[in-house]
Design a protein around this ligand. Sequence first.
Ligand code: URA
Length: 428
Amino acid sequence: MDIYSIISKKKYKKELNRNEIEYFIEGYIDNSIPDYQASALLMAILLNGLTYNETACLTETMINSGDKIDLSGIDGIKVDKHSSGGVGDKISLISCPLAAAAGVKVAKMSGRALGHTGGTIDKLESIKGFNTALCMSDFISSVNKTGICIASQTKNIVPADKKLYALRDVTATIDSIPLIAASIMSKKIASGADKIVLDIKCGNGAFMKTAEEAEELAQIMVRTGNSLGKKTMGLITDMNIPLGKCIGNRLEVIEAIDILSNKGDERLKNLAVKIAAKMLEVTGQFDSDKSERIIKEKLISKEGLSKLLEMIENQGGDIKEIQNFDMDNYIPYKAKKDGYISSINTENAGLAARSLGAGRIKKDDIIDYNCGLYIEKTAGDYVEKGEQIIRIYKGNKDINKAVKLLDESFSYSDKEVKKNPVIYKIIN
Ligand code: URA
């Protein structure tokens, strides 16, 4: 076997077998296959696709490239939840505590900000003292104690993905549906949970721009999870506007607390409840209606809020600084015209928050936890010229770039504009 013939086979749209996929992954990891040949194969995959069997086999081979987390020390059914990435997406901070309050064991490994989207770990680290770098035994004992722990990935999970992702990033091969599916599912499965709920975002702020692409990705991921022995469910959800009102780390923690107090943005609340309900349903203990009823009870009784606060305390966090955040200290951003807001370029809104310091451009950039945006008016709302539509929470950086991005992000229409639903489809 040699890599030239594998590249050539994919160039002619032929299906690769298990041995060939393993040869590629193992050879790329041990440096016997150079970047230029791996790039050629990735581009052939991007252009010609992978069959379902190839994708499942690639996922499995990538899982086997590193450590697999053993969560057998946790009593109960462990459920993980993953979002394909969005702007203002603080769902994990809301849905995971709600699910944990309903008895689901949430042992979640999360990531940091990537591109224009935020990362759950950065949001949690915006809470003074919150420790995300737990060793495996503390991670497991935390879940046994409180039912929930969210930590950053410490073990050598899926090194094949780290190396391939870095290459895809510089060879314009990120946006391949089978490569995204294998990348995400390999990390989720190696992280050890028994069941998985996927939130696949679609729209102008997401990797997947259309509902069709998002559905294709979701179907492949759900099928791959199920075929590798992890019951998986997926939701396709809207990312044509930022999710909720806040973008930026501390602001998003504040908004999560607000929602768990049964206040705040209804659209965000509905999605968070649905995802938490799926996390309960996927355990197989309750059907969809009963799961949703239980989760709504946990919201109304504020048991979800207590669970979040318990997790914060258990991981060394002090919520006081967040509670004392000065919400009145902002710069208003105003509507440019009278009319209905017809669309928001959500990626730009994420980039605007990043330019204030809420995200990273380079991996080692330092995040300013206090800055971000509060979206007062969104697509479908009627506004008058000069009306305040966004609050800009400024950090140390200049706001000019953020303002320019926001100027380019909002479109207005004289005609009434329909609001998109927050959930497009559920895949069980
Ligand atoms: N997120 C991932 O983890 N991998 C991809 O390929 C794309 C998004």
